[in-house]
Ligand binder design. Sequence first.
Ligand code: ADP
Ligand code: ZN
Ligand code: ZN
Length: 730
Amino acid sequence: MVLAEVLIERSANALNRPFTYLYTFSKPLKIGVRVLVSFARKEVVAYVVNVINDNRSVDEYEKDSGFKLYKIKSVIDEEPILNNEMLQLAKLVSSYYLSPFVSVLQAMLPPSLKPKYSALSKPKIHYEKYLVVNNENVSSLTKKQLEVFNIIKNNKETLKSTITSKSIIDKLLEKNLIKEVLKEESRFKVPEYLKEKQKILTSDQENAVKEILETDKKVSLIEGVTGSGKTEIYLKLCEAMIKQGKTAIILVPEISLTSIMMEYYVRRFKNDVAILHSELTAAEKYDEYRKIANGKAKIVIGARSAIFAPISNLGLIIIDEEHSESYKQDVLPAYHAKEIAFIRSKQIGCKIVLGSATPSLESKARAEKGIYKHILIKERINKQALPKTYIVNMLDANNLSHDSRIISNLLFNKIKERLDKKEQIILLVNRRGFSTSIMCRECGNIIKCDNCGVPLIYHDSDKSLKCHHCGHSLKLDKCPACGSKFLSRIGFGTEKIEKEINKLFPHAKTLRLDGDVAKKRTTTFRILDTFRNRQADILIGTQMIAKGHDFPNVTLVGIVLADIGLSLPSFRNREIVFTLITQAIGRSGRDKLIGEAVVQTYLPNSKVIKQAADQDYHAFYNEEMSIRKLTQYPPYTYLVSLTLKSKNEDLVNDYSSLIVHELNNLKITGVTILGPSTPYIPYDNKLFIKTILIKYKNEEKIRKYIENLLITLQNKPALSIQVNVDPYDF
Ligand code: ADP
Ligand code: ZN
Ligand code: ZN
């Protein structure tokens, strides 16, 4: 009999092992295809990892193993869903991220191919019917019929849906004069773009391209100020790859950016480009995925998951805005696209280019050490100056008028100036951590934990402040620093700002772009386009508008409240705030007009805010590196976090304490364990949650410990565990 070992579609750790089924069909079963089986009395999709010929009969097998053998109900795929290279990659990723193999497959594949029951209803290959001539014996045709026949003949092939006279077609088909052929078509239609004007590279750009192509280092970091022309460098690198017969993947961080980037790349590389991002429908994704898998694309451009594009001859991976947190997925497998790029590079030897005006500390540190090729571009194209920036202290009543508590006098005046001159304005409303921490309106103090120094998080459920790190909890009615009772939650929403602006500037045309607005497909694109075409004066938005965009007529950027992200309980909060503000300011004055920026803050003495306002990455980097060294966070250590969940509160508490105890007992040098602690949202669907953070330098022993832990916990289905290797923040 033939047995198949399969992985069940559910990605829980407890099910991360093969289950055996009986295969009874005559066609040989291939490893790597999906099948339908019944599991725990439900029909589920499974992925075949092994096929075994067993000499025993079913009865003998059942007696030996003590399990009943169930049959595979049907086979879903003709061919394995991944080629060898991608299969190998999936294994490497699963092992690096200590994540169930099935979860990796689900992250890698487009909706229609995922090993998931819901995938079965998703669209498959799309065919268009074409008509071609089959036989030229036209003697019996009427004049009308002959006319249609000739059209088809002259066109060689004709899309059936374009011919209106259906009855004539039927007649011609009936007479066997023409026949139908099916052709695979992509449902994704790229818009028609204007022809591009090729730019002459500046010497900085020329050098960057040359050095990246010539270096024998695998990874290059382009640290180039905002507006230094990085996109043009990427395009040239892609051209070089195509010349060498190789291919490239370009990752961009935000959905809002893909459409613009798509335009740049499609204009240059036409039909050689495939697009993969979350704004596509499942059908479009499937078609683009097949275009890549069938070797019909040379350039793939997309968001995070495009790093898994099954493209062959990969020569280069470009990660634009490499610091962006959107490259880290927060559900299983919690992969970071950059890490996947490293894994692919090790696997097949391709080059990697990381680009940013504000590189992540990890990347910058590696570049400084000489592990990466470091390319520094200090000047904007046309040597345009960086924007002049003003910091406004919002605690000083003199800076505000009676008309608004949100828009300072300075920002108001500058907006007015721009409106008069018909120049455009961007207002950034940072919504990260909106309304989660508490600040004193008198002294600007953000309430922090006495033990850990991280900002406390306000929990509406019991009106208390909680520490995300140590679990410390308290209730407050006045500021511990100055005694003031004037405490408030931090954060303004985009809608509120838009209302305020409409009130202050009733004649200005405003647009708003945030996560809520952008949920609708194509809205993002439309809003950005309207703004670029200068059909609106003010664009108000969240971090979505901060990165990468190039609006030549924008000469003023206002950061409505710079402090917000600083209150988040994360070692990365200063980096995130610095990057966001710097990137946002960088949208100003990118063309011929000089730009300005206004940064409003309740923390006018904050170093990070000053560094960001000055666009001084160097100062920020040095300062932040010394803080990371002191507190032992990346890049000085590695992190891995464990999240345990169960309906049974005691089980979670006991087991998480046990893990911490065991880890401490290993006495590994350079390892610090934090927790178990209760996360910001302590319950998830009536499950109790505990998290543990491990900081380490020697990875082997920690990894071994976690691997064993995962195996042990497979026998404890009441307790689920999720591992996050290199969590982005904590
Ligand atoms: P970055 O990504 O570094 O912030 P961009 O790639 O968006 O910068 O380029 C900034 C602006 O400069 C864009 O408007 C772009 O069209 C323009 N630009 C880039 N390279 C050149 C060049 N060689 N000659 C003229 N304009 C250029
Ligand atoms: Zn604490
Ligand atoms: Zn105070």
